[in-house]
Unconditional design. Structure first.
Length: 357
């Protein structure tokens, strides 16, 4: 029992230290921007979309307000069954283009195929991949993101943490916890193992030449957890993705309801835990012990669990009520994980009308 206690203590301490180090990095290391007047390269904002009528208009309208002098936005409409395509084509702006998608190629996951098709159509020197439920928060947001990217060394892969908005935040808040407490971004390019690397699929930037050389979406074409797998692939190729503070530039409205959030997390949580049912259940057992069983057996660990959520929720600028209800979020994560593992094992994993591997 003592050994298990110390395992929980070490895990909690490591996550608190890691989240705090990431927060300090956010506040101290945002790179300077290029000198005024320095030309920015053409950036292609690439957005895969399927059944996004509730969100895509918000992103397109916010893009139209951007003051970036050299930018285009392309949306790949992946056979949407709602009015997504009509919304795309209704925006009269020559910087915005839409691509009508065709049948999904064998062996490809929908979002990954959409991103790859967008890369083929893009004209930019820099690719910025965004989810359809994001929104630029200010007139200069895109320009500022590109200026920070230009200030980095060549061949940098940059990924961002936007503000988390929308419904189901008791579940959604765990995204920020995983990104900020579970990954050592503060190490920069010194992250030692590919398993510790990743990109946030909601927002990441890459140089066109680097993308074409490595073709990351072809590498992960059959992966529903494509962003984590891309980050690990890039790390193995010697390019560690770096984290950028995009909270003042982007918001993401992940889900419209608690039910949508549950279904959205169900599609890939089992894969996060492991490639097979047995490994996923073992990983979940460890998680449940560290964040549920141990705090019950050793109540003061509840304080450290709150400390983890306090740091990550404040970084993500989530409401205080979400932090106060932190134990509920950890319990919901276990319930969703069990649902995801079972759904995958039964071959019933679906998202937006498609079967998910």
């Amino acid at each position: 029992m003592i050994a298990l206690f110390w395992i929980a203590v070490v895990a909690h301490a490591a996550m608190i230290i890691n989240a705090t180090a990431n927060l300090i990095m956010f506040r101290r290391t945002r790179p300077s921007t290029p000198e005024r007047g320095e030309a920015l390269p053409l950036v292609s904002v690439l957005v895969p979309a399927r059944n996004e009528e509730a969100t895509i208009g918000r992103l397109l309208s916010s893009f139209q307000k951007q003051d970036h002098p050299h930018a285009e936005l392309i949306v790949y409409d992946d056979l949407s069954e709602d009015s997504t395509w009509q919304i795309i084509t209704s925006h009269e702006d020559d910087r915005i283009r839409g691509i009508e998608g065709g049948p999904l190629p064998d062996g490809w996951v929908g979002k990954v195929n959409g991103c790859y098709q967008l890369s083929l159509a893009a004209r930019g020197d820099v690719f910025l991949f965004l989810d359809a439920d994001t929104e630029f928060l200010g007139q200069g947001s895109l320009r500022q993101m590109c200026e920070r990217y230009a200030a980095r060394p060549p061949a940098t892969i940059l990924t961002g943490v936007p503000l988390l908005r929308g419904k189901g935040q008791l579940i959604v808040s765990m995204v920020g916890t995983m990104i900020l407490a579970g990954m050592p971004w503060w190490l920069g390019k010194k992250v030692p193992f590919a398993l510790m690397s990743g990109v946030n699929g909601q927002c990441w930037m890459i140089d066109r030449t680097v993308y074409r050389y490595l073709e990351p979406h072809i590498e992960v074409k059959d992966q529903v957890l494509e962003d984590i797998m891309i980050g690990r692939y890039l790390h193995r190729k010697g390019l560690t993705p770096l984290l950028d503070d995009t909270r003042s530039d982007l918001a993401v409205y992940m889900y419209a309801s608690f039910g949508d959030a549950w279904r959205g997390f169900r599609k890939n949580t089992a894969m996060i835990l492991g490639p097979s049912t047995v490994i996923s259940l073992l990983s979940l057992s460890v998680y449940a012990f560290i964040f549920v069983v141990a705090p019950i057996l050793f109540p003061w660990l509840l304080l450290s669990m709150y400390a983890i959520k306090l740091v990550t929720d404040r970084t993500a600028e989530l409401p205080w009520k979400i932090t106060i209800l932190a134990p509920v979020s950890f319990l919901l994560a276990i319930a969703i994980s069990l649902d995801s593992i079972l759904t995958r094992a039964l071959g019933r994993n679906e998202w937006k009308g498609r079967r998910v591997p």
